[in-house]
Design a protein around this ligand. Structure first.
Ligand code: ZN
Length: 677
């Protein structure tokens, strides 16, 4: 591993932060924390932490010795000084004299000694940093070190690689006991440059930021060199079908099966050579179900992945049955694991949902699962890291990690249990929505409104840039898609399924107004209008119900019809006739798919400023009626202009109304001629 320290960069950090009255120690602590955090083979998603012991002024202006240590919720790759909260050092050190300390008391003691009461919680490994005397301390979960220690004889192997330069700390879960043990190991030989925490990670320390960092890189490099000497090929391949089914075919099946207590999960797929090499192995069940490479992954991925049968093209029914059986076993095993381990707890734990957070599919790849796209992505990232660590470990010997009981202690940590049920979920959390014509106007407003309700949202638009721009506002997926091209629609749905695992809500919104007197209008105009205002809705809806049927968990189809569908305007025949057909299409879907729990509804909007009704058109129409623009736009029963956001709200209301189907809701400020009843 390359040492990225640069004197020039270090000086520029010191200069830059001096302007914010951040001292040299903290500036350099930020610098090397970012170096470590920027390397995914060292730390990933909150794993690892760093500290510096320095002097800061308290409220009385008095110099105070403090430990600045990584705060929870901060990513080391982008850390700032406020991500390294300052805790008074003396009271922390005195705690080394205690015999025992609960996690809750430890967290409290750390908080009451903060210089800034609004700072984030200091890391759970704070006491370990505080007890050791060194000025700079770095801690990572380096993949290469884990591949060495996650072995049957991991300690022996590590001692051979690192020798006396490192101290060796047996596995204890993070907290007071581990901190005490680490101090004891260090005191037995104060000449060590760091500590190997068996089955967990590595600490290095030094008098300067550069020394601690350089020692980390040097130790990880030693581990990497040792791993290179492992055997070449690792996993004997399992027998797989000649042609495996695609991600887009199997993801909705998996997503439907893993719904639990009415709650769905969001998926994130990973493939590629390394992943396939791993999931295609004959002994997958042995090496994939040992447990995670470092304990804290358990919170995100659970101890074991679900392993499905290999899906064969054309054999999706068999795949569904085989997976349902495997999942049933998985759930029973998980519940038994909980019971077995909860028995020895003094304070009983609350059982978490038994659904897997990783699914390994031979021949295809791995899915990360979570309550939202971010959690799914983190699970998938950790899966890739575990695959790398386990592959290297198996090349050397046999992968082996902490016991089931230790695993349970992390998964059901009291500090984690305390978080349960605290964050209220938004109404459309765990849902995946697709909005066509989502790059502007009503579509963009609807995409934003769905995201604000907690849904993952894919924004489809003919114009790729606007789709990306709208999706970027809420971290959604932006896709270029001409909805009049059936193959493009299929591709877009496949991409959505690959990204999120399925589809729950579809807002078929894209449309455009063609004009012409119906008796003389060229055929082409009418056909073009039907392509977009009818057939595109049909191909979007067909793809939606295909995915929804595979999930088997219902769904919601929403169409942007138009008041033209029931109250035609003069010379707007090409538009209105196609929209009337789209309205009939909605009713047909409601009728044909109601028994599968798939709902279909439409929104009739009128006089909304959008791609369909530009400012120029508003001016012309108002002039033709002898009205001001304001009077024209507000020319309805309520006398108020209707906005894209008003329409978006109704789409969201319909998505949230589980017993409403085949409904048409008007959003036009009131137009009695277009009223449906
Ligand atoms: Zn750690």
């Amino acid at each position: 591993m390359k040492n990225l320290w640069s004197d020039r960069e270090a000086r520029s950090f010191v200069r830059r932060y001096a302007k914010q009255r951040v001292n040299r120690d903290r500036a350099l602590r930020v610098y090397t924390s970012r170096l470590l955090g920027g390397e995914p083979r060292l730390v990933l998603h909150g794993g690892g932490n760093t500290s510096v012991k320095t002097v800061m002024k308290d409220v009385m202006g008095q110099d105070t010795e403090v430990l600045c240590v990584k705060g929870s919720g901060w990513d080391m790759a982008a850390i700032e000084p406020q991500g390294l909260p300052a805790v008074r050092l003396r009271p922390l050190r005195e705690m080394a004299r205690l015999k025992r300390l609960t996690d809750e008391d430890m967290v409290n003691a750390q908080r009451v000694n903060l210089l800034d009461s609004t700072a984030p919680n200091p890391s759970v490994e704070t006491l370990l940093h505080a007890f050791l005397p060194h000025k700079f301390i770095d801690h990572t979960h380096a993949n290469a070190v884990l591949s060495l220690t996650d072995q049957k004889d991991g300690e022996k192997l590590c001692r051979r690689v690192f020798g006396n330069k490192m101290g060796y700390v047996p596995y204890i879960m993070p907290g007071f006991d581990l901190s005490r043990k680490a101090l004891e190991v260090y005191e037995a030989d104060p000449s060590v440059e760091g500590l190997i925490l068996l089955k967990h990670g590595i600490f290095t320390f030094g008098d300067t930021a550069r020394e601690a960092y350089s020692r980390m890189i040097a130790m990880v490099t030693l581990a990497e060199r040792r791993l290179k000497k492992g055997r070449g090929k690792v996993f004997a391949a399992a027998k797989l079908p000649k042609k495996t089914a695609s991600v887009a075919d199997i993801a909705p099946i998996l997503r439907g099966l893993t719904r639990h207590g009415g709650k769905r999960l969001i998926f994130d797929f990973r493939g590629g050579a390394k992943v396939l090499n791993f999931v295609n192995g004959k002994d997958l069940r042995r090496y994939a179900r040992q447990g995670t490479a470092t304990p804290d992954h358990v919170i995100r991925t659970k101890q074991k992945p679900l392993i499905t049968p290999a899906p064969e093209t054309g054999g999706l029914n068999a795949f569904r049955k085989g997976t349902a059986r495997a999942l049933d076993r998985y759930v029973k095993d998980y519940q038994a694991y909980f019971k077995r381990n909860n028995r020895r707890q003094r304070i009983k734990r609350t059982e978490l949902d038994p659904m897997p957070r990783l699914i390994m599919v031979p021949g295809v790849g791995v899915f990360g699962l979570g309550a939202d796209a971010k959690a799914a992505r983190i699970a998938a990232d950790l899966a890739e890291t575990n695959i790398e660590v386990i592959t290297a470990a198996e090349r050397l010997g046999a992968y082996q990690v902490i016991s089931e009981a230790d695993c349970f202690d992390i998964e059901y940590w009291s500090l984690e249990q305390a978080k349960l049920g605290k964050a209220a979920e938004k109404p459309l959390a765990r849902h995946v929505s697709v909005v066509t014509g989502g790059g502007s106007g009503i579509g963009a407003a609807t995409a934003r409104a769905l995201a604000a309700e907690g849904s993952e949202v894919a924004v489809l638009d003919r114009d790729e840039k606007t789709a990306w721009a709208v999706a970027a506002e809420f971290g959604g997926l932006g896709l270029a898609c001409d909805v009049t091209d059936g193959r493009a629609v299929r591709r877009a749905f496949d991409q959505v399924v690959k990204r999120y695992g399925g589809v729950d809500i579809v807002v078929s919104n894209a449309g455009a107004a063609w004009q012409g007197t119906i008796g003389t209008v060229p055929d082409k105009v009418l056909r073009d209008s039907f392509e977009l205002n009818f057939f595109a809705h049909q191909s979007v809806a067909q793809n939606a119900v295909r995915v929804m049927a595979a999930q088997g968990t219902g769904g919601c189809l929403l169409f942007n019809a138009s008041k033209q569908a029931v109250n035609p305007g003069r010379d707007l025949g090409p538009y209105g006739v196609a929209k009337a057909a789209a309205l009939a299409l909605m009713r047909q879907y409601a009728l044909d798919y109601g028994d599968q729990g798939i709902r279909a509804c439409a929104v009739n909007a009128d006089r909304i400023r959008s791609g369909l009704l530009t400012d120029g058109m508003v001016r012309a129409r108002a002039r033709a009626r002898g009205l001001s623009q304001k009077d024209y736009m507000g020319g309805n029963l309520l006398g108020q202009e209707v906005t894209a956001e008003d329409v978006a709200k109704v789409f969201v209301d319909l998505a949230r109304s589980p017993k409403t189907t085949a409904a048409i809701v008007t959003v036009d400020g009131g137009n009695i001629a277009a009223a449906l009843r």
